[in-house]
Design a protein around this ligand. Structure first.
Ligand SMILES: [Ca+2]
Ligand SMILES: [Ca+2]
Ligand SMILES: [Ca+2]
Ligand SMILES: [Ca+2]
Length: 447
């Protein structure tokens, strides 16, 4: 057990601003998201597949977990010097948001935080830390937040990072955490064992980054599949970076199977779930652009595209449901029902070209319609989440607009997205938002 470093409770950072378009400051080159300038940011994850962890009572209000990294600011400029890993817990307070911050000096980034009720014991917050790599479970006691380390490891390469995780009953004996890591292509599960925590390594591949985990049941046999995105290490120079989407079925003892062969392209973002509402999960892959040249000469040969894979789709198939013209990177897909009509939409959060709302047409396997939500929203990760925190039965969109230095919320009113500012960063880009997840208020309330 380790005492957490709590950085105090900030109240009322919130200002419900309006639709009146804030003139976004900046908009020039991504002020070198610190550190990421050379070591490319590794990306991430999307959304909340309906895991048991997300189960909740309809109508209950929830809070938001904001996992991030922070960088020192000197003379008003963001440096490449990282600070402690940072988790913000935002809870509603009237029309404002209250924020509590937990910092972990043991790591310099939290890539994700998610609420979990383990099969036994008290629920808590699971964090995925990088450098050093650690999966921790945080609980709040009478003396504040303390953490238990479930898994920590040095993988033997340059980077030690827990990158993404999803929680689901992949073994059929209670929930397990499926984890993606960097550098050595390790994909593993973490679950309570007879004594302590059991780590099962499903894969390991040198010189490989795994950015994303999703869980679902594409073939409808009742056994959950784990999907992951191995690729060649990040290369900010542009050009080709090959990658795949692979599948593991722990319960059937099925190892790595290629589901999507992306050739000379790769993906760092996937989403698995039943977006079209036919009762069967499908896989969506945000394939990054194929580029030529570098720096100012960088040219996009083929822009970002979102492909769909069903259980019977060939790995080499190219079933594109949406293309984002002029876009290189897309690190977040999130799915939900923004207007409460019972049909789900997908939000595509791009690096440079804003937020897009995609709706399936009559044939959800064909091309989807695409409309712009907000062009003035960007960030290397551009973390986004569709979820119903206010309990009104419609999903709101939450976005880490790091370049604009704001954490934002969008609510659909009369078919249009209305933007609000939840939280404003003192120095844009000093905080890099990696992930957003819902949390029951009861789980984070002071004891
Ligand atoms: Ca994920
Ligand atoms: Ca479906
Ligand atoms: Ca809808
Ligand atoms: Ca709502």
């Amino acid at each position: 057990m380790r005492k957490a470093r709590i950085v105090g409770i900030v109240i009322g950072i919130a200002v419900c601003a309006v639709a009146s378009c804030v003139a976004c400051s900046g908009g020039t080159e991504p002020a070198t998201p610190p550190q990421q300038a050379e070591a490319p940011p590794a990306p991430t994850p999307p959304t909340p597949p309906p895991t048991p962890t997300a189960a909740r009572t309809q109508g209950e209000q929830r809070g938001l977990l904001v996992a991030s990294s922070q960088f020192r600011v000197e003379n008003g400029a963001v440096t490449a010097t990282p600070g402690p890993a940072r988790l913000e817990i935002l809870t509603p307070d009237g029309d404002q948001w209250r924020a509590e911050v937990i910092e972990d000096p043991g790591s310099n980034v939290f890539h994700k935080a998610l609420w979990w009720q383990p099969p036994t014991g008290e629920p808590g917050l699971v964090t995925l830390g990088g450098m050093s790599a650690a999966v921790k479970l945080w609980r709040r006691g009478a003396s504040g937040w303390t953490s238990e380390t479930l898994w920590t490891e040095e993988f033997g390469g340059q980077f030690n990072r827990m990158r993404d995780a999803e929680i689901a009953d992949v073994y059929g004996d209670g929930a397990a955490i499926a984890v993606a890591t960097h550098d050595q292509g390790v994909v593993a599960t973490v679950r309570p064992g007879a004594s302590g925590w059991t780590i099962d390594r499903l894969d390991r591949e040198p010189n490989t980054f795994v950015h994303e985990i999703e869980i679902g049941d594409l073939n409808g046999d009742g056994q959950l599949e784990i999907y992951a995105t191995p690729s060649e290490p990040n290369d900010l120079g542009g050009g080709e970076q090959s990658g795949q989407v692979v599948r593991y079925v722990p319960r059937a003892q099925q190892g790595r199977t290629v589901v999507a062969d992306l050739g000379n392209r790769h993906a760092k973002e996937i989403w698995v779930g039943d977006a079209d509402g036919d009762g069967r999960d499908e896989l969506y892959v945000a394939v990054e652009a194929l580029t030529r040249g570098a720096g100012a000469q960088l040219e996009i040969v083929e822009p970002v595209e979102i492909r769909r894979y069903d259980a019977d789709t060939a790995p080499t198939a190219r079933n594109v449901i949406a293309r984002i013209p002029g876009e290189r990177l897309t690190r977040f897909l999130t799915v939900g029902d923004v207007d409460g009509d019972g049909r789900r939409e997908m939000v595509i959060a791009t690096f440079r070209n804003g937020l897009w709302l995609a709706r399936p047409g009559r044939d959800p396997r064909g091309e989807w319609s695409l409309e712009s939500i907000d062009r003035e929203s960007s960030g290397f990760e551009h973390a986004a989440l569709l979820t119903d925190l206010d309990g009104d039965g419609k999903d709101e969109l939450y976005v880490g607009a790091d370049e604009q230095g704001e954490l934002r919320r969008y609510v659909w009113v009369n078919g249009r997205a209305r933007r609000e500012v939840m939280l404003r960063r003192e120095v844009p880009r000093a905080i890099m938002t990696w992930n957003l997840m819902p949390v029951p208020l009861s789980a984070v309330a002071p004891r």
